[in-house]
Design a protein around this ligand. Structure first.
Ligand code: C2E
Ligand code: MG
Ligand code: MG
Ligand code: MG
Length: 274
């Protein structure tokens, strides 16, 4: 996806490269071994409650510490993991390790922090997901309301009546739900109220030029108003400047996440609140 092509991200799929190339196969088997060789790592990015100017949550973001390639961004291997089905095991690893990290932070006196975990389309399609989530929450004594799963519109739209059932089951287990990358999918806004979700994350595509482009500012304002009228809280993704934050504050956005505050960092460098 073009929007994930960060400045410093390693580009695996060159346009001319055949998907079945040797590189692809080599990477696939390397990814297979990544789990057992403990090459996967989670970085954490803070979410700030704008009104309280306080860090209130962290999003777990996956990286692959490849022995030769260095730190590989998820945009360069998540789709391969999806295609091969490896995402199911990887996703379980992510969920468990994020919850374990949350437990460490709780034990260090930061029980108020929430943890956000990204769920892939394939994981969401897996009927075992609610059971897995319940099991990991029990294993790690995750308190009710402290774990948020991030899903995308396109995942929910795939089989919307099943999606509603799964979301309700997860919510019944004390999980909060967020709609990630909002605005990049093509679902109708009317669907939004059918899904039992708690939070909406405005994609950084709409935040990027918010201080220069009045249309983007109007879109963000409309999304925030719509979300609030549906009882949802709003997160702005990709906040990089004080100007963007100022506009979002004026529009009543609840939370902000972005390089302005912190890049995703290893747990040891996470800026824990005082
Ligand atoms: P996402 O869930 O929308 O995560 C936000 C992405 O935006 C992250 O990229 C983050 O580093 C980046 N970001 C945050 N603030 C800023 C900013 O101010 N400016 C800019 N330019 N970028 C910012 P990352 O870590 O490369 O992750 C990309 C995507 O990969 C994620 O998008 C998510 O869809 C997926 N992903 C990451 N970790 C996981 C995971 O554990 N499981 C699954 N299924 N997907 C994951
Ligand atoms: Mg996310
Ligand atoms: Mg996002
Ligand atoms: Mg995004």
């Amino acid at each position: 996806r073009a929007k994930d092509e960060g400045r410093d991200s390693f580009q695996l799929y060159q346009p001319a490269m055949n998907a079945r190339s040797l590189e692809h196969l080599a990477l696939e088997s390397a990814l297979h071994r990544a789990l057992e060789r403990e090459e996967l790592v989670l970085h954490y990015q803070p979410l700030i409650d704008i009104a309280r100017a306080r860090i209130v949550a962290s999003e777990a973001l996956l990286r692959w510490q490849h022995p030769d390639l260095g730190l590989v961004a998820p945009g360069d291997f998540i789709s391969l993991a999806e295609e091969t089905g490896l995402i199911v095991d990887i996703g379980e690893w992510v969920l468990r390790n994020a919850c374990l990290q949350h437990r460490r932070w709780r034990e260090a006196g930061h029980g108020e922090l929430r943890m956000l975990v990204n769920i892939s389309a394939r994981q969401f399609r897996d009927d075992n997901l609610p059971r897995l989530v319940a099991q990991v929450m029990a294993e790690t004594s995750m308190p009710t309301g402290q774990l948020t799963l991030e899903l995308t519109e396109s995942m929910l739209m795939e089989d919307s009546s099943r999606s509603i059932d799964v979301l309700e089951e997860l919510r019944g287990q004390g999980v909060r739900l967020a709609l990630d990358d909002f605005g990049t999918g093509y679902s109708s806004l009317a669907y939004l109220k059918r899904f039992p979700i708690d939070e909406l994350k405005i994609d950084r595509l709409f935040i990027r030029d918010i201080d220069r482009n009045p249309d983007d500012a109007a879109i963000a304002d409309a999304i925030i108003k719509l979300a609030h009228s549906l009882g949802l809280r709003v997160v702005a993704e990709g906040v990089e400047t004080a100007e963007q934050l100022e506009i979002l504050t004026r529009h009543g956005c609840n939370f902000a996440q972005g390089f302005y505050y912190s890049r995703p960092v290893p747990a040891a460098q996470f800026p824990l609140p005082d």
